[in-house]
Design a protein around this ligand. Structure first.
Ligand SMILES: [Fe+2]
Length: 415
């Protein structure tokens, strides 16, 4: 989990959610997750200056904490953690275990760190390109590799976290979200590892041409004029120009150039039709639209994920490739993680995990009784093991619920 609290152009203040066992001396604690009574620290924010601080922290019932990486050291990725003490007690895990299937709650914490790192790398990459510096492909490929490992473990963790972004970091976090969706989709389509990573790179770089669009247009909160819209449309050509001199695979370059083409030939810049549009570009179009319509922007609230899929299904054939869209729905689930649903018991629940065996019966957390209008103690229910059914998808804005993110992700009150 990542949260940009304030930002300036060169140094954003970034909060990172970590497990307590990942805490190290040199980190700056921004907040401990949990009731204050569960820990002995009287200050809400403090540096970890010594092993003693660390020991006190680990002796609490707190499981997660937010660190401020602009004031202290960053968390070491779990993949890179060197743990000699543990190694002495148990054999080192095989490399393959880094991609072993992992339940969503465990993967969420790991994916949060990957999101944090990827956000920083992307912000720096986009800033560099805007300043006329070349794209660091090695950094992009490394990031894709880490995100790929998370998606192999559980695609829903990174997909659901990457959907959450704020207004000031939209452009590059959108690229990260599309990268995530692309790799999960490519994996679902049984592409080989190399193709899955190409798909990720395509998602990461598809909008890189926006770095050549004036900020007054790119960040304009209201509707664009006709002239501004024409300039904005140049981003796909500009992106392809930026990538052409680099060692970028041809399908990735095509995705950058063609991701706004539409199946009926009404897209841009080439007004290509159907299979004239490269397969990776048709995939990018779907992932790009899904993330755009489900994201909150300054001028509009994002659509709930299940509603977005429903509406996008109506654009198949004309705009989107129907066969790829069907695979996409299988990837994110008919009711993606974080969706608010009404149950046949007249209760509201939020989807907390999806299994591919039966997309209509996800794991949910029930928390609200509709007839009484009362919040309930949250309780998990596996709809695959129950007679209870989802009767409709719901828009959280239509209910007096406050945020529902806290019901499916740890410490989500910040999002
Ligand atoms: Fe675009």
């Amino acid at each position: 989990m990542i949260r940009f609290v304030t930002s300036c152009f060169f140094r954003p203040t970034v909060l990172q959610l970590i497990r307590v066992e990942q805490a190290t001396v040199g980190m700056f604690v921004h907040e401990l997750c949990g009731p204050w009574i569960k820990h002995p620290f009287w200050r809400p924010r403090f540096p970890i200056n010594s092993e003693l601080d660390l020991e006190r922290l680990r002796s609490t019932a707190i499981e997660y904490l937010w660190i401020d990486t602009s004031k202290g050291v960053d968390a070491v990725p779990p993949e890179q953690e060197s743990q000699p003490a543990k190694a002495a007690q148990a054999p080192a895990p095989a490399a393959a275990s880094l991609s072993q299937p992992t339940p969503l709650p465990q993967e969420l914490a790991r994916a949060a760190q990957i999101c944090a790192r990827a956000g920083r790398v992307l912000q720096s990459m986009f800033s560099d390109v805007r300043l006329g510096r070349p794209i660091e492909l090695d950094n992009a490929n490394r990031m894709v590799q880490q995100m790929h490992a998370s998606i192999q473990r559980n695609p829903h963790a990174l997909i659901s976290l990457a959907r959450i972004k704020s207004a000031d970091n939209y452009t590059y976090l959108h690229s990260m979200a599309v990268c995530t969706l692309m790799m999960a989709l490519a994996q679902r389509m049984q592409m080989n590892e190399n193709e899955v990573r190409q798909a990720g790179l395509a998602g990461l770089l598809h909008d890189v041409g926006k770095c050549r669009i004036p900020l007054r247009i790119l960040n304009k909160p209201g509707a664009l004029t006709q002239e501004e819209w024409r300039i904005m449309q140049d981003h796909s050509l500009l992106g392809a120009q930026l990538l052409r001199p680099l060692d970028v695979p041809e399908p990735v370059l095509n995705a950058c150039l063609q991701h706004h083409e539409r199946m009926d030939g009404t897209g841009y810049p080439g007004r290509l039709k159907g299979e004239q549009i490269h397969q990776l570009s048709r995939m990018t179009a779907i992932c790009d639209i899904y993330d755009a319509v489900t994201s909150d922007r300054p001028y509009k609230k994002g659509w709930p994920p299940a509603q977005a899929l429903h509406r996008m299904a109506q654009w198949c054939g004309d705009h989107l490739d129907k066969a790829i869209f069907e695979q996409f729905v299988q990837t994110v689930g008919i009711y993606p993680v974080g969706s608010l649903v009404r149950l046949s018991t007249e209760q509201l629940a939020v989807v907390i995990d999806v299994t591919s065996q039966n997309l209509l019966c996800p794991l949910v957390r029930v928390f609200y009784c509709i007839p009484s209008g009362q919040h309930l103690a949250p309780a998990e229910m596996d709809l695959q093991q129950s007679e209870v059914r989802i009767t409709s998808r719901e828009d959280p804005q239509d209910w007096p619920l406050g945020g529902i993110n806290a019901l499916w992700q740890p410490c989500a009150e910040r999002t």
